[in-house]
Design a protein around this ligand. Structure first.
Ligand SMILES: Nc1nc2c(ncn2[C@@H]2O[C@H](COP(=O)(O)OP(=O)(O)OP(=O)(O)O)[C@@H](O)[C@H]2O)c(=O)[nH]1
Ligand SMILES: [Mg+2]
Length: 283
């Protein structure tokens, strides 16, 4: 495998696949910070994923028994520098969860992480797969009632993400060259209210996921940047009005990342969906 991969990590249902499906058209359009320099070889599944978005629905979650699928594409910054081939493996959040629960990441994955030049860590607003320890007891009782007590083995989302950060530190963070970069992406950022938007994803994590926020603040081994993400600019599932309006325009007119202006401290929407990749590869 190449030594220039960007790794996507995150729990189940955190928005990884939909981002990849939206990222490819963005790289291909060559209008952002990172551009595709040639056609990737095997992108059937990425095109399938993008197809869902083109047709006005989110792509389905990755089956956890599905084999690992890598999206590999030669890219460069739009000024031609930082040419590299990035490999973005898309594996289901369940597999990451299992790796953490069993404290076992395969050799294959350890090598992959060691060679990665950067990573994208996904957390999503409003995921029903989020495991919260505080209402664990209650929710387990409720689940048991409807005969679906399969949550027992699930570790809380926060614990899992902190473990993933530790893996990143152990692997990517043990290099001598410059600090590896981590883009922390809060997906479905279109779902938050204007006040939350203005406070930004970092403040959101501090409130909703204090353990993760603290862990990211503490790390000295990774260079962290925060992004809010909306792959199409709204919710295709819960907002019929948005969906209707969405279908009237082409995909390239939809979607944004929320970025922070370091000078003013203000958060704004930026149409360039490649920004988290640009940060991760060192731009
Ligand atoms: N509103 C909104 N919802 C989103 C967005 N991105 C993803 N979602 C929702 O999140 C769900 C899960 O997204 P996926 O991309 O499948 O997540 P994943 O991390 O690949 O999940 P696994 O394959 O289970 O690991 C989607 O079905 C959507 O309902 C977004 O930008 N906005
Ligand atoms: Mg997926």
């Amino acid at each position: 495998m190449t030594n220039r991969s960007v790794i996507l990590l995150g729990g189940p249902d955190s928005g990884k696949s939909n981002y990849i499906g939206r990222l490819w058209p963005a790289l291909d359009a060559k209008a952002g910070l990172v551009i595709a320099t040639s056609q990737p070889r095997d992108i059937g599944y990425v095109l399938d994923t993008a197809d869902h978005l083109f047709q006005g629905r989110f792509a389905p979650r990755t089956e956890h028994n599905e084999e690992r699928r890598d999206f590999e594409v030669p890219v460069a910054l739009c000024d031609g520098t930082h040419a590299s081939s990035i490999v973005i493996p898309d594996i289901s959040g369940e597999l990451w969860q299992t790796a953490v629960r069993e404290s076992e990441i395969t050799e294959d994955w350890m090598d992959e992480l060691k060679a990665a030049r950067g990573a994208l860590l996904f957390i999503r607003v409003g995921s029903d797969q989020d495991v919260r320890p505080l209402d664990w007891v209650t929710s387990r009782k409720l689940l048991a009632k409807v005969g679906q007590d399969d949550d027992r083995d699930k570790i809380p989302t926060q614990v899992m993400i902190c473990e993933l950060v530790r893996y990143l530190e152990l692997t990517m963070g043990s290099r001598d060259d410059s600090k590896p970069r981590l883009s922390v992406i809060v997906a479905a950022w279109d779902r938050v209210d204007p006040k939350t938007f203005d406070e930004g994803p970092r403040a959101y994590l501090g409130r909703e996921y204090p353990l993760i926020a603290g862990r990211l603040l503490d790390t000295t081994k990774l260079d962290v940047s925060y992004f809010g993400l909306s792959v199409v600019g709204g919710d295709l599932t819960d907002d019929p009005e948005f969906r209707e309006q969405y279908l009237e325009n082409s995909l390239d007119q939809h979607g944004w990342v929320a970025i922070n202006d370091p000078k003013t401290g203000l958060w704004s929407k930026d149409r360039d969906l490649t920004r988290p990749i640009a940060w991760a590869i060192g731009a």
